[in-house]
Design a protein around this ligand. Sequence first.
Ligand code: SF4
Length: 185
Amino acid sequence: MGELKVLGGSQSDGFFTTKFEALLAWARKYSLFQYPFATACCGMEFMATAAPRYDIARFGAEAPRFSPRQSDVLWVVGTISQRQGPVLKRIYEQMTEPKWVVAFGTCASCGGFYDNYTTIPGCDKIIPVDVYIPGCPPRPEAVLDALMLLMEKIQKGNREPVTVPPREVPELAKRRAARGGKVQS
Ligand code: SF4
């Protein structure tokens, strides 16, 4: 899929593109309707991301839809038990193409510390995942990073799964530097 090119003048003067798919992808990435499949504690961080402080509305992704038929992005938020697995799969199947999946937190990504017979070790065992967000729970900043990664994937038409990289907290980095790079015990 090509890049969206601005031909002649600035964006405020209007633009046109020679590649329709690029225009469509550009429009899609700024208009994401999400289905939050929230099952556990990670749901709190999901709500924090949607609140005004982090303001997910900036990315055109603020509107939750509780019908899979009206959703573009399935957020799997929390632990998935064996009994919930078939429900999650059914919801994914009911979404229309194109659709994307984000595994929100360690439990959704790999089962987390619930290493037992009741828990599915990652939602990718039953549905394909586009973006993994590590963390127990992930901070809202990581969630926004995931959303931006997803938007980039949509623009490029890339379906390879990606993982949100760790983010350095400036205050902790400063303290670590002050201790000569040693982690406090
Ligand atoms: S990753 Fe941690 S916070 Fe999220 S659902 Fe699992 S145990 Fe809860």
